[in-house]
Design a protein around this ligand. Sequence first.
Ligand code: GLY
Length: 568
Amino acid sequence: MEKISPIDSRGRGLKARFWLIACLAIVIQPLQADQPGKAAIASAHYLATEAGHEVLAKGGNAFDAAVAVSSVLAVVEQTSSGIGGGAFWLLHRASDGFEVMIDGREMAPAAAHKDMYLNEDGSVNRDLALNGPMAAAIPGEIAGLEHLAVNYGRLPLAESLKPAIRIAREGFPVYTKFHGMLTYKEKTIRRWPAATQAFLPNGKVPEMGEIIKLPDLASVLEKVAAQGRDGFYKGEVAQRLVDGVRAAGGNWTMQDMAGYTVKERAPVRTSYGGYDLVTASPPSSGGIAIAEILNIIEPYKVASLGKVQRTHLIVEAMRRAYRDRALYLGDPDFYPVPQARLTDANYAAGLRAGIMFDRATPSDMLPGRENLPDGTDTTHFSVMDAEGNMVAATLTVNTVFGSSFMVPGTGFVLNNEMDDFSAKPGEPNAFGLIGFTANEIQPFKRPLSSMSPTLMLGNDKAAAIGTPGGSRIITMVLLGILDFMDGNEPESWVALPRYHHQYLPDKIFAEEDAFTADEVAALEAMGHTVEVRSRSWGNMHGVMWNRKTGEVTAGSDPRSDAGRAIVR
Ligand code: GLY
């Protein structure tokens, strides 16, 4: 064995120390530089965005901020989400690159069965499926928030819930969207006394700027702050909910409440344009559909194509992915979703082979039949903290104000997520949805969702994106991803004029400024039907960190007046 002289030894010791310091410098340097240094939050309401920053300022991370943003949205934006509903939170942890989707989706109660919305003559009772307690599945949001705080956050759940509790007690001013949606749903809300008292305080739709206080909701959130999920799924609150639901004709039990479980799901992963995409997994259809569309269009190099040709090929890919959504997607715990096949490049190549460059494929020529809903209501927010942790979260009560049903003494509406199941095979739901076995109603099953929170990760950029909008969520996120790939910033993704194709009805829906008259004519000459809608859709919120420039940016959809993107 070689002997080391004292001099050699000292020399080697010095050298070793030099290399140690050099290596440490190399290791530490990128760690210090490899962080955004600033936090970005974009959500559908300025109070929620501010609450997220408030929690970050107290030492919380992006996951604590997500708890704060979610819970404030559950107070101020019950049109779209709430503790009576559910959510998917897609997480990226900067320290080790770990990614996971927290599935807080609602779950059918034990008494649910596939014919539960059928009248005696076999027709579907649309009112039962959409309005009142029978439309509500067991909520998942509170269980998801506790899971986030306990497993990923740095602050106690109670700390991150503080802004929501404060705002529920002190109130928030009525804003444009809230006012509009209350006016739209007033008649349904009036059917339920507790909801009427909460949202129509003087017996009428409140004026813009009038303060809405929800002290019962504050009390429920305080119970959760003190007891965690047990403050909601067990004991007094659970008993109140079960009694209230049953008294109004619903079918929940205390076992349903106590049995609600959060699931950690491996996200769907794909790549496009040199970026890794991490997106929602079943029971969302979003990630699989986005991966399928991107796989189909990748060889076309759509960025280099003219607008009409680009739109035609993207629409043909949308058509095929939505057909597959209809036929093959449901809760993976109940139905063998062929995820590997649907997201495989070879499968996409087979679908691509049937696409004509100059002609639309009529949807009727594809095997299988499906019809999907118009945009419904839901909400999305994106968070990045100064360390680079990210959350893309999409939360929902399904349609506007969910079931509109509120159990007295609770201050929050229950979802009508049961309508995301197919009530009867082959029969359209309120939004035109025809479902099949994959998404039929079963006890404890989670209804198929379109919510598509997505992360885009590359050497030069990291970003989070998502939006509400029912079946259109998937195509909106897709167009946002493509805009990101074109090198644009969040402000551009969220403002982009939108178009959408969902297999059936066999038409391209377009926002007014999506196409010029000439572009519409050119698409129609290829065999497409283009329906230009006067009402826009979606409410997209995204954040991005450009590692090369060090810039952190965020964008809030200009279609909403309450949304806010703040980098701080
Ligand atoms: N309820 C809307 C969705 O989950 O897609």
